[in-house]
Every structure is written in structure tokens, then in C-alpha cells.
Design a protein around this ligand. Structure first.
Ligand code: NAG
Ligand code: NAG
Ligand code: NAG
Length: 460
């Protein structure tokens, strides 16, 4: 090797080392990235409804920690569209594994026919078959914080997680209602069946008897009644979503996403495992005192008890309610408040402050480690609505981010002291600790089974 080629090689090696060693610093959580995406367009005209599912949307790729996801409806020029024109019933972003089309193994032709095209990746939440999304909000989207505080993050894109032949993708569901010129704006947003002239659901099945409003009446391509002679232009709209993330590294503490539903109720399967079925929406009856100043008596207080399969530290919490909502809260098994979330109503006309609409929900950011849930704890979820008038198709959801319990400073201290203990007493300490833990576990299990009995009678 000539000396010139040797020095070239050395230079290349140095360059490689420099590039390599510069990577961890940029990846160490301190470089927050932001991407702004637009969904495929959807067209809305007065009274029309869109409930579309867009597969394989634009989304940050690679092994990352998601830090926030904010969204809103905009028009072609990028203007924010106010809720009294386009009511955003909800948007959801679902993570899934999509079957890769490339590289089918040549030897086993047809193998892909046996495989599902997509495999949803559910959040850690407890509703059976529903509410599997990673992100999602409704009218409150513009003023509800979604920031995941440091050092936490929602892990995505770990190539080791995807099954062979699949890759991670994201799906967006947008449900929006154009209420320009509506005969009854609130009625349209609450999906009152008579306003939509709907008697069968999306699949042609007759509606359940007594069902007067909700998602089964405002599905894709239905129409809400518009004032006679009202005319306005069809509009091309988009969901604009802004994703913030950092590259994944060991400094990021992963959080699990739980979505709790106030209509959820736990049921025991025949094989003994428990299973939470969620109806997603419910109705609020009028207290019959409209027009009087009895507001404080006219509160619909819906409560349910739910079992958190796995506990941890609550990092973030926010509720989702519809118009009429006056707050939601989550309580631990002993009645302690875990998190409450209150609606912010708009007061004006412009996007983000529309009078009569929930334009934001307050959020909880407990200082890490200060609010935690035990494994198997039975939590109570409470959702309040004003019942001065009746409401259909309302929701009470709680979106929680939970991190595995981190070893606290106290625990470090204990293990440090442990190290100092003499061998003989160390063994007896361990034996005592094991005994005490077992006793606690038995008591907790007994309490939990009692709580579940109580819960089942409640659910009837
Ligand atoms: C409601 O639907 C029925 C049939 O489904 C139709 O005959 C009727 O004209 C509709 N009414 C309105 C106001 O659109
Ligand atoms: C009980 O049955 C359900 C399906 O009905 C299944 O998903 C679950 O794994 C079963 N649990 C046990 C403990 O067998
Ligand atoms: C819900 O209403 C009940 C009874 O009216 C009240 O005690 C409770 O504090 C309310 N909860 C929230 C979160 O506003």
C-alpha cells in the first residue's frame, strides 16, 4: 500500500469515526423534530358528512419517541376552519403493521394470500375491540395539549417489533360534519337520527329501538338537514397534523397509552379471564328543569369502575367530552383523585374559540412518580354532563399515558443500605420482606375480587 493511499484510508477512517461518534449526540433526545402533514383531501358541502379511513398516511419513520401530535381541519389555502362550519366529530390515528408487497419469497408462491394485509397494533387500553388508536381527539383538538414530557416518549418504529414481512404504518380516521346552514347545528353534531333522516345503520341494519342519535346515524355520506334554500360552495378540506418526535435512545422512558371509556364495563368470560366491553357513546336525559336556574341539580353524573391490568406512574391525562360536558375525573381504588380534565368552551367566532363548542380540555401532568396506579387497581371514571337539555351520542373517554414505575431515589437508598447489612441479617430481612409482600398480595387479591363482585352487580 502506498503512503498516499494509506493516509487517504486513515482520513476516511477518521471521517467514519467522526460521523459515527457525532450520531449519538444528535440522537440524545435533545433534537426535537417537527413534521407537518396533510391528510388526503375530503370534500364537504352543507349538511354532508365524511367518515373516512386513510391507510398508510405520511408519518415520521424510523425508531422514534413520539412527543406530541396536534391536528386541525384546514382548507386548500391552509386556513383553519371553524367548528360551526366544519364540526370535527373526531380524528383517530391508528398504528398497524402492513404486509410488505415487495420481496415475496419465491419458493412458496401464494404465501401472502394466507396473511392478513394489516395487523392493528392496539394501545395498552382495556376496551375489547374498540378504541385501539394511539392518538385521537375531537372538537377540542386545537387547544388540548398532547405534549409528552421528558424523559418520556411513545415508542414507535422499532424494526424488531414488526412481524416478518410486515412494516409499521399509520391509519387516519376523520369524522367531520359540515353544519353550514344547518337547521339545528347542535342536533347535527349530536347525530340526531331524525335530522339525518336515517332509520338504518351504515350496513343496512335497522337501528336499535329507541336509538335517537349517535354514530349510527351520521356515518359517511349521510346528510344533516339544511335550511330550505341555503346554498354554499363545496369545500376541499384536509386534516393537518403536526408530529413532534425525537430519535429513540436509552434515555427515553417509554409510556403506555390507555384509553378508558365511561361506558366500559368489565365482564367475566366463561374461561375466567375478564374483558371490558365499551359502547363508546351514551345519552344524557334532560333533567326537565330547562330555563330554570337549577344548573347545579342538572348534572348527569356517569360513573364506571374499571380494572387497570397493569399499573405505573401517570405521566399525562386528558378526557374527551362532547358539547354539554362539564368535566371528567379518574379516582383510585381508595378514592384518591388521579386526574381530572375540564372542558374549555369557546366564546367567539374564530377557529379555536367557537362559542358553544368545547375547544380544549385541560390536561394533567403529575410530577413524575407522584401519582401512580397499582397493578390490577380498580379505578373509578366519572364523566359529568349538563342535563338542562338532553344530549345524544355523547362520549366520556380518558386518555392516559402511564410509565412503568421508575426506581425512586428512596429505593436506591434502600439498596445502598442493603449492601451494608451483615450477611446473616440480610437473609432474615429478605425472608421477612417476602412474607410481608405475600400477605399484601393476598389482601389485595381478596379486595379486588370483592370489588369485582360489587362491580358486576353495578353493571347489571
Ligand atoms: C327521508 O327518507 C325517505 C326514504 O328513506 C324519503 O322518502 C324521504 O323523502 C326522506 N326525507 C327527507 C326530508 O329527505
Ligand atoms: C379466554 O378466552 C378468550 C377468548 O374468548 C381468550 O382471548 C383468552 O386468552 C382466554 N383466556 C384464558 C386464560 O384462557
Ligand atoms: C361531577 O359531578 C359530581 C356531582 O354533581 C361532583 O361531585 C363531582 O365533583 C363532579 N366531577 C367533576 C370532575 O367535575
Amino acid at each position: 500500500m502506498s503512503s498516499s493511499s494509506r493516509s487517504w484510508l486513515l482520513a476516511a477512517m477518521f471521517a467514519a469515526i467522526a460521523v459515527h461518534s457525532s450520531l449519538p449526540t444528535t440522537a440524545r433526545g435533545n433534537s426535537l423534530r417537527t413534521s407537518v402533514f396533510l391528510s388526503p383531501p375530503f370534500i364537504l358541502e352543507p349538511g354532508s358528512v365524511v367518515n373516512q379511513f386513510y391507510r398508510d398516511i405520511d408519518f415520521p419513520r424510523g425508531h422514534i419517541a413520539l412527543k406530541s401530535l396536534d391536528a386541525e381541519v384546514v382548507d386548500e389555502a391552509g386556513n383553519s376552519i371553524p367548528l360551526h362550519e366544519t364540526y370535527l366529530h373526531h380524528w383517530l390515528i391508528v398504528r398497524y403493521y402492513g404486509l410488505k408487497e415487495s420481496e415475496p419469497p419465491t419458493k412458496t408462491i401464494g404465501w401472502e394470500h394466507d396473511l392478513p394485509k394489516s395487523i392493528p397494533v392496539r394501545n395498552a387500553g382495556i376496551c375489547h375491540n374498540t378504541l385501539s388508536q394511539y392518538f385521537g381527539l375531537g372538537s377540542e383538538t386545537r387547544r388540548t395539549r398532547t405534549w409528552v414530557p421528558d424523559p418520556y416518549g411513545i415508542e414507535a418504529g422499532n424494526p424488531e417489533d414488526a412481524p416478518y414481512g410486515y412494516e409499521e404504518r399509520w391509519m387516519l380516521n376523520v369524522h367531520a360534519i359540515d353544519t353550514r346552514g344547518a337547521v339545528d347545528r347542535l342536533g347535527c353534531t349530536e347525530c340526531k337520527c331524525d335530522l339525518y333522516n336515517v332509520t338504518i345503520d351504515e350496513y343496512g341494519r335497522p337501528l336499535r329501538k329507541g336509538y335517537i342519535g349517535g354514530l349510527f346515524c351520521c356515518y359517511d355520506k349521510t346528510r344533516c338537514r339544511v335550511k330550505q334554500g341555503f346554498n354554499d360552495v363545496p369545500r376541499k378540506l384536509y386534516m393537518k397534523y403536526t408530529v413532534k418526535w425525537v430519535d429513540w435512545d436509552d434515555g427515553v422512558v417509554p409510556v403506555k397509552i390507555y384509553i378508558l371509556d365511561v361506558t366500559g364495563s368489565a365482564a367475566e368470560r366463561s374461561n375466567g379471564s375478564s374483558h371490558t366491553s365499551c359502547k363508546v357513546e351514551y345519552e344524557v336525559e334532560s333533567c326537565g328543569l330547562a330555563g330554570t336556574s337549577n344548573d347545579k341539580y342538572c348534572i348527569d353524573n356517569k360513573r364506571t369502575r374499571l380494572i387497570m391490568p397493569r399499573g405505573g406512574d401517570i405521566i399525562y391525562g386528558a378526557s374527551h367530552q362532547h358539547t354539554g360536558g362539564v368535566g371528567a375525573a379518574l379516582y383510585g381504588q381508595d378514592g384518591r383523585l388521579l386526574c381530572s380534565s375540564m372542558p374549555i368552551y369557546g366564546e367567539g367566532d374564530e377557529a379555536g374559540d367557537e362559542a358553544g363548542y368545547i375547544v380544549g380540555m385541560s390536561t394533567c401532568y403529575p410530577s413524575p412518580g407522584s401519582v401512580s396506579i397499582a397493578d390490577g387497581e380498580v379505578v373509578t371514571f366519572e364523566s359529568n354532563y349538563s342535563s338542562t337539555q338532553m344530549h345524544t351520542g355523547v362520549m366520556g373517554l380518558f386518555y392516559l399515558l402511564v410509565a412503568d414505575k421508575q426506581p425512586s431515589k428512596f429505593q436506591y437508598l434502600v439498596s445502598a443500605i442493603d449492601g451494608e447489612l451483615m450477611q446473616s441479617s440480610y437473609v432474615s430481612w429478605v425472608l421477612i420482606a417476602v412474607g410481608v409482600t405475600a400477605a399484601f398480595a393476598m389482601v389485595a387479591r381478596y379486595r379486588q375480587s370483592r370489588a369485582m363482585e360489587g362491580y358486576q352487580s353495578l353493571a347489571v
